[in-house]
Ligand binder design. Structure first.
Ligand SMILES: [Zn+2]
Length: 176
């Protein structure tokens, strides 16, 4: 029997260990390779799509020869106007996508040392990005899907006035 894909090395492409060992330059290069994968990893202008760009050596930004605008590796992505180091965003992606059963914003916040609010927004941006990508294409060949369940059981309404009534009712039904 063939080995299950998730047990193979091919399934371990984005490890937290690997990311946390990256220098700032390595993290930036890794992000750029993913960000500009559609252009063979070479930067292109997110505004006009022009591939003729100058790379600045001092700051990690580019300037488009077409529209003359500057852009960074995160311009035009969900990580634009970022506050955290690029490595932390890679780590957030790794934590998020490797959590097979999902990850709570509180846990993500603890792992990344950011507030609940920052982690919550980050997780939602990642979900939105995944959702936006999924709309684009149709899957083909052998497709395997993992499921996630959101919501489900509706809890009984729990209001203070009902609690009081229920308690009284329960007492009335106690065995004597
Ligand atoms: Zn441009």
């Amino acid at each position: 029997m063939a080995q299950h894909f998730l047990l193979s090395a091919a399934a371990r492409t984005l490890s937290l260990k690997g990311i946390m060992q990256m220098s700032d330059d390595e993290a930036h290069a890794a992000f750029a390779a993913i960000r500009f994968a559609g252009n063979g990893g070479e930067a292109f202008c997110p505004r006009c799509g022009c591939a003729a760009v100058y790379a600045y050596t001092v700051r990690r930004i580019w300037k488009c020869q077409g529209c003359r605008r500057q852009f960074s590796v995160t311009s035009g992505t969900i990580f634009a106007n970022r506050k955290l180091p690029i490595r932390d965003y890679l780590a957030a992606i790794a934590l998020f996508v490797n959590a097979a059963k999902g990850i709570s914003a509180l846990q993500l916040g603890r792992d990344l040392e950011v507030s609940y609010k920052v982690a919550f927004v980050l997780a939602h941006k990642l979900r939105e990005a995944i959702g936006a990508e999924q709309i684009k294409g149709r899957l083909s060949g052998v497709v395997e899907v993992d499921g996630a369940y959101v919501g489900g059981h509706l809890r009984q309404e729990n209001e203070a006035k009902d609690r009081k009534d229920r308690k009284r009712g329960d007492e009335a039904h106690l065995p004597r």
